[in-house]
Ligand binder design. Structure first.
Ligand code: SF4
Ligand code: SF4
Length: 63
C-alpha cells in the first residue's frame, strides 16, 4: 500500500486543515494550528483523499 506524506515546507498551516477533514482514518492531525499538519503513517490506508483536499498541494503519495 502507498501511504501519503506531508511536505512540511509546502503546508500553509490553514486555520482549518481540509486534508484532515477529508481523511476518514483520522490519520492527519495538528499539534498546533501554527505548525504544519502531520500524517500518522500507521493509520494511513493510502486512499489519496487528502491529496485532493489539501489547499497547499502539500501532500504526496509514498516514496
Ligand atoms: S489543507 Fe494542506 S496546506 Fe492546509 S493545513 Fe492541511 S495539509 Fe497544510
Ligand atoms: S491517504 Fe487517505 S488515509 Fe492516508 S492520510 Fe490521506 S486521506 Fe488519510
Amino acid at each position: 500500500m502507498t501511504k501519503s506524506f506531508i511536505r512540511a515546507e509546502k503546508c500553509l498551516c490553514c486555520a482549518e486543515c481540509l486534508a484532515a477533514k477529508a481523511c476518514t482514518s483520522r490519520a492527519i492531525f495538528r499539534l498546533d494550528v501554527k505548525e504544519p499538519a502531520i500524517i500518522d503513517a500507521q493509520f494511513c490506508h493510502g486512499c489519496s483523499m487528502c491529496i485532493e483536499a489539501c489547499k497547499g498541494d502539500a501532500i504526496i503519495t509514498g516514496l
